[in-house]
Design a binder for this molecule. Sequence first.
Ligand SMILES: [Zn+2]
Length: 403
Amino acid sequence: PPQGEVESCTRRKVKRLLSFQRYCHASRLLRGLVPHTPGSLHLLDDDYLGQAGHMLSKVSAWNFDIFLFDRLTNGNSLVTLMCHLFNVYGLIHHFQLDMVKLHRFLGMVQEDYHSQNPYHNAVHAADVTQAMYCYLKEPKLAGQLSPLDVFLGLMAAAAHDVDHPGVNQPFLIKTRHHLASLYQNTSVLESHHWRSTVGMLRESGLLSHLPADMSQDIEQQLGSLILATDISRQNEFLLTFREHLDNQDLDLQLASHRHFILQIALKCADVCNPCRVWELSRQWSERVCEEFYRQGDLEKKFDLEISPLCNQQADTVPAIQTGFISYIVEPLFEEWQRFTEPSLLSQTMMGHLHKNKARWSRLRFTHPTSESQMQPHVEEDPEPEGGGGGGGGGGGGHEEDVP
Ligand SMILES: [Zn+2]
């Protein structure tokens, strides 16, 4: 490309880099300059890719180990998973997608997640996508969904947290971050995830061959799905969902009702960590709390009031988790189970949820807050956990934890 073009492109990237200065390491520019530490895996290692391929044959298993999958794909879990699912559903053929553009788009999405975030990184996106896939396969839903529904569900899941800075909305508001004023302190992060996705869609040209009204509709629906993940709107969605279930008036022939269910499914996928087998669930819990604590440390450093859940001394992992499960996860999944009934997957998820909740509340009282730190890696709980999440989805089906 001509010199001027390269320069303006670099300037644009630098501008972006400055917008999240603390997180500048995540910028594509910087990653290009700093060579990736290769670790023990090589991108083209046939054996690892072979094992990743084997895992994909069990991608619908609820005990699918996304952490292992990410290691086997050398950090490309999101791109690899999305390509696989697009093939499974025949979406490339159906929407006449250009494989090069699809790869470019997915690569951009994956790269724009901040790999140094303990929680809100591309592995979380891949995990939510895998959960979404499981929900799209629910017998209640699978037969009713159009290719467009599936496309939207997977795309929204993959992109729903893209470019997440690792701090929450109140933090952006009190530090007067430009995104907060841009989105008027409302669904600031979610709006940013959506608009970033739209930007990458347009930059990659993935939908450029579709009629304008169709690509516009896709952008709007992606927005409505991603914005539904704003946890502060949880009650609004939960009440509407409950009302529909009480009145038994959901009609999945209607595109608007299917869209609502996709919103709920994405919300479920986003907070399903406590419904996973303990070994996976525990890792997510530690990661999300670590991200909270880092925000708390930042707040301390800048003499700001420490946000709720962000004080490592006062807010322990078990305390945060029991609260999160009781107030957010359990109420939502109880309704999801009602909707999907009879569903083997929902039964499995509720089983894990109750066991994990009990386990966290036991840990809460065996590790009083005064103690410096719980030691989650030390096996102190004698209760055996079937499977342990290892091996990446072995066994297939959802019955992996049945004693
Ligand atoms: Zn998320």
